[in-house]
Design a protein around this ligand. Structure first.
Ligand code: ZN
Length: 230
C-alpha cells in the first residue's frame, strides 16, 4: 500500500465550481492528487455560491484527468430529508452512473452534500449507501483533527477543512511526523472558498501545496487510492 510509504496525503473538493480550474492547476504543479465530488445534474449550471457557471460535463472530462471523480448526488439534496430510501438510492446511484459515463472510469467515491437544513447523514442513509449503491466510501464534512486511518468508510471523517485555522499547524505536524504505522492527512473543501475574502486565497493554497509536496516519505493519492488500494 502507498508504494511502501507510511504517510499519505489526499484532498477532496466538492461541487465542481469554476475555481476548480485553479485548484487543479496548483495541485498538478506540485504533483498532488485530489478527488472531485460532482453533482452530474448541476454541471454547467449557474452557481449562486460563486456567481459563476459550474464546470460543464465536457470540461469535467478533461479538467479532472489524473484525479478522481466521485459522486455528490444528482442535485445536492440533504439526503436525510428525502422522502424515502428509493429517492436516496436514485440521487446517489444515478449520479455515480452518470459520472462513470462522463469520465469512462469506475466511480466508487461519494461525499455527503449539505445545505444547512438538516443532518447531512445518519445511520439510515449510511446503511443505504453501503447496501444499495456502488459507493465504497462516503466522506462527511466533519473534521477528525487527527491522522488515523478511517475505519468506518461510510461515515468517513477527513482530517481538516481547507480553510480551518488549524490547517498549517496540522500540516507542519504531519510533515515532521515519524511513524511506523500508516498515517493519513485528509483535507477537504470547495474551490469557491479560495475566493471568499477570508484571507485564504489562491496564493495561500499554493503555499500550502508547496509546503506539503515533494516529500520522499509521503504518498500523494486520490481518496480512492489512499483508502481502498491495498
Ligand atoms: Zn456540496
Amino acid at each position: 500500500m502507498w508504494n511502501d510509504k507510511k504517510k499519505a496525503i489526499t484532498f477532496s473538493f466538492d461541487d465542481g465550481c469554476r475555481r476548480d480550474e485553479d485548484v487543479v492547476r496548483i495541485l498538478n504543479k506540485y504533483g498532488l492528487k485530489a478527488t472531485f465530488n460532482l453533482n452530474s445534474a448541476l454541471l454547467g449550471t449557474h452557481f449562486a455560491r460563486d456567481d459563476n457557471y459550474k464546470i460543464s460535463p465536457a470540461e469535467a472530462a478533461v479538467l479532472y484527468k489524473g484525479h478522481e471523480i466521485a459522486a455528490h448526488t444528482l442535485s445536492h439534496p440533504t439526503l436525510t430529508l428525502l422522502p424515502d430510501d428509493k429517492t436516496v438510492v436514485y440521487q446517489v446511484e444515478q449520479d455515480r452512473l452518470d459520472l462513470e459515463k462522463l469520465v469512462d472510469e469506475k466511480v466508487v467515491g461519494f461525499a455527503y452534500p449539505g445545505n444547512g437544513d438538516g443532518e447531512i447523514f445518519d445511520d439510515r442513509v449510511a446503511k443505504i449507501l453501503a447496501e444499495q449503491t456502488g459507493v465504497r466510501y462516503a466522506r462527511t464534512p466533519l473534521s477528525s483533527y487527527d491522522f488515523e486511518i478511517p475505519t468506518d468508510l461510510y461515515r468517513l471523517k477527513p482530517t481538516v477543512h481547507l480553510i480551518d485555522e488549524k490547517l498549517f499547524y496540522l500540516a507542519e505536524e504531519f510533515v515532521n511526523l515519524k511513524t511506523d504505522e500508516p498515517k493519513l492527512f485528509f483535507i477537504w473543501g470547495h474551490g469557491f472558498e479560495l475566493d471568499n475574502g477570508d484571507g485564504f486565497d489562491l496564493g495561500t493554497f499554493d503555499g500550502f501545496c508547496r509546503y506539503i509536496s515533494d516529500k520522499k516519505d509521503i504518498f500523494y493519492g486520490t481518496n480512492a487510492q489512499v483508502l481502498l488500494e491495498k
